[in-house]
Design a protein around this ligand. Structure first.
Ligand code: FAD
Length: 392
């Protein structure tokens, strides 16, 4: 089959590699350099974790993905997944019904060995934290972080080596259609490509090509800042690992030193409504909020210079679930988008999920095609899940 994959973020790159591995003729087309620096996938780091509250669907998927991250590490020239573990902290006791408590009990019940933390053990184990600020939490030794931009570059390199035709700086402007069948794309340059299947994996830009999905997918900017602490050693594993601090209530999370002296702090919250094609800037008030957070939580970062910041775009689905399915109204069109702020960690299984759908297989039910009318139903069913891993 001739397959055009539009968008070389983690969804598109993983799909292209797997489709080629299965013997298809694959082109991977991106609007920018592939990897594109503005893509959600291409920040320096993403958290890779099993912790999904009571949501057994995502917990189960991550139980499949985690060993495959380790296998990827064996394949790559150097490990791009750093299994440092993941720390979840609370300034008040963990409570049933909240992300932290429910992740702890769900994972423990499934046989994962987690280490419960209190202020004393936090201070001993992870001394950069102000132990008096966090009285409860846990350490999960499974998980850590991935060098996300490097992972996408490695997938693109693997695809190229395997025979994927990668075309960068080539924005797709429209589809070539015959009746209700999509049979290719036209680039902004006017160049046309025909195919048996077109996979749209355009992240936050998806609705530019598919405005009919605008009732399901929305774009919000989420700020991240990069500190360069004068004493980077304090932020190295095992003394400091990727973390979530009151994530369910306040939205703070971050990373250890990335090996180049950068410590990233980010916020997972309502974000800033954005146009994917528009200007991006981190709200001015954010620097003060992040400084206030470090003052209360990570004193060694208080005076560290901020050397970079970025507004990264979530492509949020209304229910927080990805969409990986064929468009029932247009033969030959598959959508793989709606990462909803948590898609990167599934990299090792995304290629299979998307390739299965391209080949005519069933989508996983949570990733199936939705319309505005049935999204409300799913939203109600999934509300508990979404609220437990999102902060709105
Ligand atoms: C601040 C932030 C923090 C996050 N943290 C985490 C985390 O810690 N862990 C985690 O698992 N996930 C995290 N995520 C979510 C994760 O990054 C995304 O779910 C995932 O990267 C989305 O990948 P994608 O391939 O769908 O989109 P993208 O990576 O955005 O890629 C889309 C690609 O499509 C291309 N494109 C767009 N339009 C066109 C066109 N017309 N023609 C050709 N190409 C086009 C773009 O150039 C781009 O390269 C985070 C996201 C953000 C924004």
């Amino acid at each position: 089959m001739r397959v055009l994959v539009i968008g070389a973020g983690v969804f598109g790159a993983a799909a292209a590699v797997e489709l080629r591995r299965r013997g298809h003729e694959v082109s991977l087309i991106d609007a920018g350099s592939a990897p594109h620096p503005d893509a959600a996938s291409t920040d320096i780091s993403k958290v890779v974790r099993l912790d999904y509250a009571t949501d057994l669907f995502y917990t189960g998927l991550m139980e499949q993905a985690m060993p495959r991250w380790r296998q990827y590490n064996e394949r790559w020239d150097r490990p791009l997944f750093h299994e440092t573990g993941f720390v979840v902290l609370r300034s008040v006791a963990m409570e049933a019904g909240e992300f932290e408590h429910d992740s702890f009990t769900t994972l423990t019940a499934r046989g994962h060995e987690l280490e419960r933390l209190d202020a004393e053990s936090l201070g001993q184990r992870f001394p950069a934290w102000r132990a008096d600020a966090y009285c409860d939490g846990y350490y999960n030794p499974q998980g850590g972080w991935a060098e996300s931009a490097e992972v996408v570059a490695a997938l693109i390199a693997e695809g190229t080596e395997g025979g994927v035709r990668v075309q960068s700086d080539s924005p797709v402007a429209s589809f070539i259609e015959k009746g209700s069948r999509v049979c290719g794309v036209q680039l902004a340059s006017g160049q046309r490509y025909e195919a048996d299947c077109v996979v749209v994996a355009c992240g936050a830009w998806t609705c530019k090509l598919l405005p009919g999905l605008a009732s399901l997918l929305s774009v919000v900017g989420q700020p991240v800042v990069h500190f360069r602490p004068p004493e980077p050693g304090r932020f190295m594993p095992p003394d400091f690992v990727p973390w979530a601090a009151d994530i369910a209530a306040k939205g703070w999370y971050g990373f250890c030193d990335n090996g180049q002296g950068i410590v990233k702090v980010a916020h997972h919250g309502p974000g800033v409504p954005c146009d994917a094609a528009g200007e991006r800037s981190v709200p001015e008030a954010f620097a003060a909020r992040v400084r206030d957070f470090t003052h209360r939580s990570l004193p060694a970062l208080v005076d560290a210079p901020i050397v970079a910041h970025r507004l990264c775009l979530y492509c949020d689905s209304a229910d927080g679930d990805f969409i990986i399915d064929r468009d029932p109204g247009r033969e030959g069109l598959v959508v793989a988008a709606g990462g909803s702020g948590h898609g990167f960690k599934f990299m090792p299984i995304l290629g299979d999920l998307i390739a299965d759908v391209v080949e005519g297989g069933e989508s996983l039910s949570r990733f199936a095609w939705r319309t505005e009318s049935n999204t409300q139903r799913l939203t109600d069913a999934a509300r508990c899940t979404r609220e437990s891993h999102r902060v709105d």
